[in-house]
Structure formats: C-alpha cells, structure tokens
Ligand binder design. Structure first.
Ligand SMILES: *Cc1c(COP(=O)(O)O)cnc(C)c1O
Length: 386
C-alpha cells in the first residue's frame, strides 16, 4: 500500500478541480485575449469569474490578482519588481533565514545587483524576534518579506504584527502564503499583507499555475514587470493565460475556503495521533514549534539515525527528508539549522505532511512502518509498537 505523506511538496488534483478544468482544454479552448470572436469572449468570461472567485477567497478585489506560472514566479515578480521600482533610492529588504528558496535565491540575486538584504534569525521554534525586526529597519528599507507558514516545520509567524510594524516604518509587507492557504485563514486585510504569492499545486490544484496578490490602495503597490510581451495581467505578466490551470486554481481555492476549518481539525487530530504513536518510547523529538504550527505537518528528529536511510526502508511511504525544492542538494535543511539543529541532527530529521485524503488507517499503518524502520536502524529503541 502506497501512503502519500508529502502534501507540502505537492498535492493530488482534487476530482472537483479536474472537472472544472477539463472543458477548458477542449470545448472552451479560446484565448481570453482574442477579443474579436465568441471563443475568446467565452474564455475571457471564464477567467473573469475565476479571478473574482480567487479574489473573494483571500478577501481581495479581482484587479488585485495577477496570475502567474506558480509561486516561484510570483515571488520573483514581487521581490524583483519592487526592488526595481524603488531603485536606486531605497535598496534594503528584510527577510528571514527560514524562507523558501524561491525567496532566498531571489534575494541572493538581488544582492548581486546592489540590493542589501537583512536575513533575520529565528528562535528554536522558528519564530522571528520582533525587536530584532524593528532594529533592522533603515530609511532605505522598502520591503519586508516573511512567510506566514513554513513549509518544512509548519511554524506560523505573527504576520499581522509584523505587517503593522512594517507599515509604521513605511515599507511594504510581502508574505509567502503558499503553505498557509487552505490550512489556516488567509485574508489579506486581516493579515495586513500588500504582496502575497500563492500556488495551485499545494491546494489540490494543478502544477504550473499560481497567483500574486498586489494591494491597490493604502499602500498602492506598483511593480516593474519581469516578463514582457503582450501586456497581459495589467502589463505585469505577459504571456497567454493558462486558462485550464487558472480555472483549476480558482476551484481549488474555493474548496479550501469552504472546507479548511473541518479539514484542519481532522488533520490536527491525525497528526497528533501519529506523532505520539511514532515518538512513544523513542528518543525522537519534534522540530520547531508545537503550538504555533500548521495542523498537517510533523518534522521529526531521531538523533543518530540518518533520515536518508530511514526513508530508504519505507519506499512506499512518501516522506521528505527536507523540502522537495532543496532535497536535490545534499546540504542539511537551512530551516533546521536556522532553528538550532546541528548538521547531524538535521540529517536525522524528516518531514511528514498529511492532507485531504489521509485516513486513520494510513496513520496506523504508516506509523508502524516508521517505527519498524527506526528499530532496524537502532535496535535500542522500544519496539512495543513496531
Ligand atoms: C511550493 C512552495 C513555493 C513554490 O511554489 P511553486 O508554485 O511550486 O513555484 C513557494 N513557497 C512555499 C512556501 C512553497 O511551499
């Protein structure tokens, strides 16, 4: 039996999402930019509805939503587009060591172009220090970029508080809400965010589509586009729209907003059950916050056991030894080292991320497989449940 516990890497497309997409590959294949015929108008109408639906889901207005090829592109547009608007007068960004690589690598690139970046550290739970944030501001600071929920350990930052401070210092607030959306409430005004990337494939939508929320008023966000061409998406992101993908993303978001509350309660129960089942009688521990955490994530460390070997013993159990985006690199997780783990502890850690289709049967079955694997790697561990 294959068990998929890597929902933070990607999710299967929900059947309802697929159904919403299918007509737009064939019957309604038009290009929404074709404004001289019925096929184009059909597609434009569909995109208009999808844009309003997604905007409603995050408490925004439709003109504040820009569709992209995914969150990585949305993040690149947010960071580079803002940097170019403010250059050269204001050239300082504040972000965090535990951000997704899409943020960190873009910041690294911007540093090579003369932008200065402060990378805030985090405590053992994964939270930033608010005083350190306040001290990091300079007159040139134009942007603060802090993710709402971390993809590896699930820690949730106090974004509203961070946004209020950011606005007090006259900067814009950007927050990667890719992992948070669908698991905790994500409304742009409640969070106080001005720039917010989202991804469809983390919320049971298709891969290769995402969106960037850009606030229109107080403050009005303006960006320099990074992809030039036909002037689509208000000139901010040229290229013919991925109509089926966008239909899927909007449907996926709608389902999440309808069901996230009950889903989150279920996931938390399953996650807590699994965590206590796996950890009992072992020297294992949870990495990061156990209180301010996404309901579906469990990042565990078993000192002395390389998770690489552990995961090889459970090939039909889909887990992750880091984030999918960085697991190609043979370096310890930058998130785990940032919360204070040494390299060997980081290599002894792995991530479980549950999702919509996780069942209680899977928890018992998968949990036993993990305990067996731990026991094989270290016979000293209690085997009563293996
Ligand atoms: C997956 C992920 C991204 C990248 O999203 P893509 O749509 O795959 O480009 C960015 N940030 C976080 C937190 C993620 O989990």
């Amino acid at each position: 039996m294959n068990i998929y516990w890597d929902y933070n890497a990607t999710t299967p497309v929900d059947e309802r999402v697929l159904a919403a997409m299918l007509p737009f590959f064939t019957t309604h294949f038009g290009n929404p930019s074709s404004n001289t015929h019925i096929k184009g108008w059909d597609a434009a109408e569909a995109i208009k509805n999808a844009r309003s639906l997604l905007a409603d889901c995050i408490g925004a207005s439709p003109s504040e939503v820009i569709f992209t090829s995914g969150a990585t592109e949305a993040i690149n547009l947010g960071l580079k587009g803002a940097a170019e608007i403010f250059a050269p007068q204001r050239n300082h960004i504040i972000t965090v060591q535990t951000e997704h690589k899409a943020v960190l690598d873009t910041c690294l690139y911007l540093e090579s172009r003369g932008i200065e970046v402060t990378y805030l550290s985090v405590d053992s739970e994964g939270l930033i220090d608010i005083e350190a944030l306040k001290n990091a501001f300079r007159p040139e600071t134009f942007l603060v970029c802090v993710m709402l929920a971390n993809n590896e350990i699930g820690v949730i930052q106090p974004i509203k508080e961070i946004a209020d401070i950011t606005h007090h210092y006259g900067a814009w607030m950007m927050s990667d809400c890719v992992q948070a959306f669908g698991k905790v409430p994500v409304k742009v005004d409640t969070l106080g965010v001005d720039i917010m990337p989202l991804s469809a494939h983390k919320i049971y939508g298709p891969k290769g589509v995402g969106a960037l929320y850009l606030r229109r008023r107080n403050p009005r966000i303006r960006l320099i586009p990074q992809i030039h061409g036909g002037g689509h998406e208000n000139g901010l992101r040229s290229g013919s729209l991925n109509v089926p993908g966008i239909m899927g993303m909007a449907k996926a978001a709608e389902i999440c907003v309808e069901s996230f509350y009950t889903e989150a309660i279920k996931l938390k129960q399953l996650r807590d059950l699994l965590e206590s089942f796996i950890l009992e009688g072992t020297q294992g521990k949870v990495n990061g916050s156990t209180t301010n955490r996404l309901p579906n994530v469990s990042n565990l460390c078993f000192p002395g056991i390389k998770s690489e070997y552990l995961l090889m013993r459970t090939p039909h159990l889909c887990l992750s030894s880091g984030s999918a985006c960085t697991s190609a690199l043979n370096t310890p997780s930058h998130v785990l080292t940032a919360i204070g783990l040494n390299d060997s502890e980081a290599y002894a850690s792995f991530r479980i991320s549950l999702g919509r289709f996780t069942t209680e049967n899977e928890i018992i079955e998968g949990g036993s497989r993990i305990r067996k694997a731990i026991l094989s790697e270290n016979p000293a561990f209690n085997d009563s449940k293996a």
